[in-house]
Design a binder for this molecule. Structure first.
Ligand code: PEP
Ligand code: MN
Length: 266
């Protein structure tokens, strides 16, 4: 049986639209924003610079899958309200993580693109329910997921009725702690050979180090990725989560200036 996600089932690339932004049409939309939504001031500062410099969508976690249960877990629905406020002010569609099946309807009522985090890539009840959520889904690769497992996770969403899935390579576990994870850049063309779904790269979670984000953004573009996801923050050293891998807003501007503007948006 041919999988719905496979090239055998559909030879041509899928184009996944999030409002006016298209993934998979040869453009290179950049999703950017803080790891966690912390405050109105923090989020608006990010959104303003992202909109000005050609970013496509605003990300920000309101429900955070933190390694320790004692760390900041996100602002919850208040964070979602702030994301919507930023969308109204700056015209950027909103990307945010949904962690639980029971929260899909609520998160989907605010977000334009629902993120499934690496830790939930094989949460099958969540994936099945996202098949019926009526919104596009950004499916991150699991921390130690093979490409086959990642494809099968996407298959759950398509098989349950939702064709709008964007895959996100965010690095995998390996032996060297110099970087937080190892960016499997080969997974981009390898997945694109096997599946018609768009594949974007997240160099922030892949490396955990802000100095490596711009070079790997270039590598992602060169290897044919369908877009990028990066974390940025007005004051990364004070960030409530993932500060070490967040660009400050000047660094974000510089990274955007380095990418060819003709392909940023379609
Ligand atoms: C995130 O995007 O902030 C996040 C938690 O990512 P991941 O699931 O890839 O670790
Ligand atoms: Mn993060």
């Amino acid at each position: 049986m041919n999988l719905l996600v496979s090239r055998e089932c559909q030879a041509e690339d899928s184009i996944v639209r999030v409002g006016e932004i298209a993934f998979g049409d040869g453009s290179f939309p950049v999703i950017a924003g803080p790891c966690s939504v912390e405050s109105e001031e923090q989020l608006m500062a990010c959104a303003e610079v992202i909109a000005e410099s050609g970013g496509a969508l605003l990300r920000g976690g309101a429900f955070k899958p933190r390694t320790s249960p004692y760390e900041f877990q996100g602002l919850g629905e208040e964070g979602l309200r702030l994301l919507v406020l930023a969308r109204e002010r700056f015209g950027l569609g909103v990307v945010t993580e949904v962690m639980a099946e029971s929260e899909i309807a609520m998160v989907a009522s605010y977000a334009d693109l629902l993120q499934v985090g690496a830790r939930n890539m094989q949460n099958y009840p969540l994936l099945r329910a996202l098949g019926k959520c009526g919104k596009p889904v950004l499916l991150k690769r699991g921390l130690s997921a093979t490409l086959k497992e990642w494809m099968m996770a996407a298959e759950y969403i398509l098989a349950n009725g939702n064709p709008d899935v964007i895959l996100c390579e965010r690095g995998i576990r390996s032996f060297d702690s110099h970087t937080r994870n190892v960016l499997d850049i080969a997974s981009v063309p390898a997945m694109q050979e096997m599946t018609h779904l768009p594949v974007v790269v997240d160099p922030s979670h892949a490396t955990g180090r802000r100095s490596l984000i711009a070079p790997l953004a270039k590598a992602s573009l060169a290897v044919g990725a369908d877009g990028l996801l990066v974390e940025c923050h007005p004051n990364p050293d004070k960030a409530w989560s993932d500060g070490a891998q967040s660009l400050d807003l000047n660094q974000f501007r510089d990274m955007m200036a380095m990418l060819p503007s003709r392909i940023l948006k379609s």
